[in-house]
Design a protein around this ligand. Structure first.
Ligand code: ADP
Ligand code: MG
Length: 638
């Protein structure tokens, strides 16, 4: 048996590195800690400068109270703080910081210089280089504090290896500054990235002004959160305020939901459900609103000491806090009329011709895919000529396709539809793609055997011999599934197409930063952006997007791009939606005569799709009758 390893006390330096690991994971976190210190110091103006995503330099200057010269060295010690005296204070934290760890941690992993001057003393500065503290020196400066952090992680190759690209980090830093600016309208903020001013907004009294300064024109799509008349009477001292988007504005991700608790930006995840509930059924599945929500409540009702970076908090009465939020949102939205969902979806390119949609009263509130699904279910395509011999009035009887013998390698002697009939179909807006006129699919990928069409029944079902099974195939359902798979992987839809009239797009500081961080991905997707005196324009966009959907799609995309190199959900979603809508639209309908080669082609394609048994709406494509079952039915067994 091995002997146990003996326990030893870690030295201070090692402890410092461990602590630094938690508090300064990336440059954006350094910016967050420094801004929070400036806010705690009652600054009215905070200026942030970064170079190369903060890896080369982060510098934060403020006009706050400053640090007493006797305390400057102490500020660099771990667990040294002016914001907390003893354990009792932990229950009543009113400042953003309180752990006394940030400066000590940053100083472990960078070359940091703190310069500070209080109201009635000279300016002093002190440096800390990778954990080694320098001497106090006098320096001339205005009242306030300036902290410079250079060469972050330069001596931590392991940590450096896990960092994002500078442009991605810069974009994250814009997020951080915007979050704090949103929470502190009374403080002016300036952010400079590689000598370019990204944000420069004055201190204001009215939070509405701050909203406009940060979001630009997009602010006008937000409405103030209102309180229901009985809100004041409801138990509890928590108060929600802020702005939410009307249901017609939505995003594919929840990243445009910002939660502030007593002016501290926190992670929005715990609030998303309550927000969705507040929107009731007015948001489409998977869509998220845009919201900036500020919760004010007594400091002793919220515990911020649960997470080293304080992004997470706990409430004494969390259920009540969430309930109140939900009610305020529901109340606010109840006062604006319902509008059809438009933004963010790719509505205009999707549906069947509107005249085929049953004009049910509630059609307007249903998402467009549901409308399409139901109009498709109603089989209201072009009706085939009823067979004159048939007694049934609504079901045409197929004539046997046996008469449609094909010559080897030739087209059928009698085409299923005359060319005149086909023209008719086209002009009826049905846009049916004949199965044998579509691009071939790839290799055989499921275990279906070679199949032989026997006949078409009622111009709607194909009778098929498949080894020792009889299949009755719903021609529309199968064709739809095949078309879905073909369209889903049709990269040509993403070909970039120059716009004759460029589309102007409203991009705020945060979105601009994401755009420049993701230039490569965006141009790969087919987007070209150009800047003129009026603002930003899109001069080329993927083929498949129409002009109305480009703007909302780009806003979604920019949220997606915040993750490094991950799957772009917005792109996948558009691919899905588009394939879904178009597959239905172009598929052969029921009551449509098919030629043998067309049926053969459908059955050939059926072997080349991953899900041959269900159409895109989840209905079956085929019914299987094993020969055994037939034998049994006819009493051939035993
Ligand atoms: P904490 O913010 O948790 O107290 P920090 O390590 O971030 O810990 O900062 C240590 C101390 O340095 C603070 O408590 C504060 O007294 C002082 N300090 C840091 N930054 C500033 C600043 N910009 N202005 C005034 N004082 C500051
Ligand atoms: Mg701090």
């Amino acid at each position: 048996m091995d002997q146990p390893l003996r326990i030893q006390q870690l030295d201070d330096r090692t402890i410092g590195y461990i602590a630094a690991g938690e508090v300064v994971e990336r440059p954006a976190q350094v910016v967050k800690e420094l801004i929070e210190n400036s806010i705690d110091a009652k600054s009215t103006r905070i200026s942030v400068e970064i170079e190369r995503g903060g890896f080369d330099l982060i510098s934060v200057s403020d006009d706050g109270t400053g640090i007493h010269s006797d305390d400057l060295a102490l500020a660099l010690d771990r667990h040294a703080t002016s914001k907390l005296a003893n354990e009792n204070d932990l229950a009543q934290i009113s400042t953003l910081g309180f752990r006394g760890e940030a400066l000590a941690s940053i100083g472990m992993v960078s070359q940091m210089t703190i310069s500070s001057r209080t109201k009635d003393s000279d300016g002093n500065s002190i440096s800390m280089n990778d954990g080694h503290r320098g001497e106090l020196v006098i320096c001339g400066m205005a009242e306030g504090t300036r902290i410079e952090v250079a060469s972050l992680f330069k001596n931590q190759p392991a940590r450096l290896a896990f960092q994002r690209r500078p442009a991605t980090e810069a974009s994250k830093i814009v997020d951080i500054v915007v979050d704090h600016a949103m929470a502190n309208a009374h403080i002016g903020f300036k952010l400079t990235n590689d000598a370019r001013v990204v944000l420069d907004i004055p201190a204001v009294e009215d939070p509405n002004d701050r909203l406009f300064d940060l979001l630009g024109g997009q602010a006008s799509s937000l409405i103030p959160l209102e309180k229901s008349d009985d809100d004041e009477q409801a138990p509890g001292d928590e108060r929600w305020s802020g702005w939410i988007s009307t249901p017609d504005i939505s995003r594919g991700r929840g990243d445009d939901i910002h939660i502030l608790i007593n002016s501290r930006p926190v992670a929005s995840q715990p609030f998303l459900k309550a927000i969705r509930r507040g929107y009731k059924t007015r948001l489409m599945q998977g869509r998220h609103p845009v919201a900036i929500l500020n919760l004010q409540l007594p400091n002793d009702e919220v515990d911020v000491n649960v997470h080293p970076t304080k992004r997470e908090v706990r409430f004494k009465h969390s259920w009540r806090v969430l309930e109140r939020l939900e009610r305020a949102i529901a109340y606010t939205l109840a006062r604006i009329p319902t509008q059809p969902e438009s933004s963010g979806a790719i509505a205009p390119i999707t549906g069947l011709a509107p005249t085929t949609i049953p004009q049910a009263q509630n059609t307007k509130q249903r998402p467009s895919w549901a409308i399409n699904a139901s109009s498709q279910l109603s089989l209201d395509g072009v009706k085939a000529e009823p067979n004159k011999d048939s007694k049934s009035t609504n079901r045409p009887i197929s004539s046997s396709p046996i008469t449609q013998q094909t010559l080897t390698g030739e087209s059928p002697i009698a085409p299923a539809l005359s060319s005149a009939e086909r023209e008719l179909h086209r002009h009826a807006g049905q846009d049916t793609k004949r199965p044998d006129h579509e691009d071939p699919l790839g290799a055989i990928i499921n275990d279906l055997p070679e199949m032989e069409p026997l006949s078409q029944f009622a111009n709607s079902y194909i009778m098929v011999q498949s080894d020792d099974e009889l299949l009755i195939v719903d021609q529309h359902a199968l064709h739809e599934r095949i078309r879905y798979e073909r369209l889903r992987h049709d990269e040509s839809l993403w070909t970039s197409q120059p716009r004759i009239t460029p589309i102007s797009i409203d991009l705020n500081a945060r979105q601009l930063a994401k755009m420049s961080a993701a230039q490569n991905v965006l141009s790969e997707l087919g987007f070209v952006f150009a800047n003129d005196s009026e603002g930003w324009n899109i001069t080329a966009a993927p083929n498949l997007l129409d002009s109305d959907s480009i703007g909302p799609f780009v806003h979604d995309l920019l949220l997606d791009l915040s993750e490094d190199g991950g799957v772009l959900e917005s792109v996948e979603k558009v691919k899905d939606e588009l394939a879904f809508m178009r597959s239905c639209r172009g598929a052969v309908k029921a009551n449509e005569k098919l030629s043998l080669p067309e049926m053969r082609r459908l059955l050939e394609d059926m072997r080349r799709i991953p899900n041959p048994w269900a159409c895109v709406h989840g209905r079956p494509t085929a019914m299987r009758i094993p020969i055994n079952a037939l034998d049994h039915h006819f009493g051939r067994h035993g």
